[in-house]
Design a protein. Sequence first.
Length: 285
Amino acid sequence: MKTATTERTKKVIDYLARHLDNQPDLAELASVAGVSKYHFHRQFQQQFGVSLDVFQRLIRLRRAAWQLAFRPDSTVLDIAIEAGYGSSEAFSRAFKMYGGQSPGAFRAQPDWTVWDELSQPLKAIEGTVSQHEEITQEEVVLFPETDIALKIHTGAYQMLPQSLQQFIQWRKRHHLPPGKSRTFNLFFEESGKDGAMKFGIACSGAKYVEQNEQGVIKSVIPAMRCISKLFTGHEQQLGAQINALVDECKEPMDDGHPVIVERLRWFPDVPHHEAQFKIFLPLKT
C-alpha cells in the first residue's frame, strides 16, 4: 500500500518535472504536497538525504549537462537561462562547482563519471514514484525494411554517452536530424563481462555511409513481423517493459535480430516521464 508520504512525493516530483523552467519555490511545492513548508522541507531531507534546493539545482544542471553534450546547436547562454541562471558566468560557476568542468570544457570532452555519481540521488528519488507511465496493448505489426546509419557501442555502460555524442556529430554533419529521420536503438544481449554491453544507435534515411571517424556504418533493418508496444514514461523503466514483452510473447521470437526501440521523444527535449518509445520484438517468420 502506498503511504501518504509516497503520494506527496509523487505529486511534488511530477510538479517539478512539469515546471522545471519556472523554478517553483518551497512554499509552492509544500502547497502541492498539502503540508507546511517546514514539515515538507524536513521530510524531504530525511527521506532522500538531500535538500529540496539541492535536488532542484541538480535536476536542472543534469539536464544542462545533457544539452551541452547532445544539443550542439544550443548556446551555453541558452542552456544557462533554461537552467535558471541569469548569465553564462553564474551558470559556469555552478556547473563547474558540481561537475568539475566548465560548460565549454564539458561540451568539448565530457567527463560523465562525476555526473553519474551526482545523478544517483536523483535516480533514487525519481525511482520512488512511477510518473504517468502509459502502456498500449501489444499488437502484431510488419516492420518495413529500413535503411539505417548504425553506431554500435561495445564496452562499459559508463562510456555510452561518448558513443551517443559521436553519433550525434555524424548525424548533424549529414543533415539527418530527428525531425527528418527516425531514431532507433538496437538492444543486443549484454556480454555480462565487466559490465560490458553491445548497444546499437541508429537513424533512418541513410542510403550510403562513407568511412568516418565516428565509426558509423551502413546497415539495414530487414522487413519482419514484430510484436509492438508503445511506452510513455521514464527511460529507467524501458528495460522492464522490454522484459515484460518478452515474457508475455506467445509466439516464437527471432533470436537472430535484436529488439528494436524507436525513440519518439526523449530527455532532455522533454521531461523524463514524458519520454516515449515504441518497442518492436522480432518474431520468427
